[in-house]
Design a protein around this ligand. Structure first.
Ligand code: 6PG
Length: 247
């Protein structure tokens, strides 16, 4: 592709990589740069699904293991399926396998969304309190973003985290976490727009030919939950060639 298409969104840049591995290395480098340029404790919001798996594997690999200040990085989740943490569908489970079981992450720095022994509604409130406890404030502000980095994926319907088209969660502008898809077999908990937007860096990772159609619509200017996200800081869409729309 001679010229990378850009999105007509504020502070947003699109980068295209020939394959998933190169994209994952680029994402790892962007993450490490943000972590090293931030003093003190820093929060990362993790994406679920399958796309970020290669990135997570790299973070615990010799190439990046020594670059990450594990003692001061706190790991949160942008969304979670309401299943036990050892369920194959669990976003926590994937990160545990790829990173937590291979890197020196202090237990106090791991902040999974609770999914056992409480209702989805209570879990969302408990998680919002966990985020506020870490942040030290109950009100989000541009001067002190909640996250250093927010990592997100893109669904074929344009959802991100568990902010699905038509979901009441899209309208939530005060709570930091809420329930989504309660009518589904597996309900989900998701961070809301205000929480996900409160970041220095937002990385969308989108790979595979199955995402080409939704990306073509997004580049045409169509609006989806993913493009309604307005991160306070820099937003980078990292696409592989297979997902990138033609031309
Ligand atoms: C989830 C994710 C979700 C995901 C997209 C893309 O819990 O599934 O948070 O938003 O990022 O659905 O999923 P893939 O990476 O599997 O294509």
């Amino acid at each position: 592709m001679t010229n990378t298409p850009q999105l007509n969104l504020k502070n947003t840049e699109v980068k295209i990589y020939s394959d998933v591995d190169l994209l994952a290395h680029a994402a790892a480098t962007l993450l490490c740069n943000r972590l090293s340029s931030t003093k003190g404790d820093i929060a990362v919001s993790l994406a679920g699904g399958s796309t970020p798996k290669r990135l997570y594997e790299l973070l615990a690999s010799p190439t990046y293991l020594e670059q990450i200040p594990w003692k001061r990085v706190h790991w949160f989740w942008g969304d979670e399926r309401f299943v036990p943490p050892d369920d194959p569908q669990s976003n926590f489970s994937m990160f545990k396998t790829t990173v937590l079981s291979r890197a020196p992450v202090p237990a106090t720095n791991i902040h999974p969304i609770p999914t056992i022994g409480l209702t989805p509604e209570i879990a969302a409130d408990v998680y919002a309190q966990e985020l506020q406890r870490f942040h030290g404030e109950k009100v989000l502000s541009a001067k002190n973003p909640l996250f250093g980095v927010v990592i997100l994926g893109l669904g074929e319907d344009g959802h991100t985290a568990s902010l699905f088209p038509g979901s009441p969660a899209l309208k939530e502008r005060s709570r930091w976490a809420t329930c989504a898809n309660l009518d589904q077999a597996v309900p989900r908990i998701t961070l809301t727009y205000p929480a996900l937007e409160s970041c220095h860096d937002c990385l969308f990772l989108v790979t595979g030919s199955a995402k080409r159609t939704i990306l073509r619509s997004i580049f045409r200017g169509d609006v989806f939950p993913a493009t309604r996200l307005k991160p306070q800081g820099r937003c980078t869409w990292l696409l592989d060639q297979a997902a990138a729309p033609d031309g």
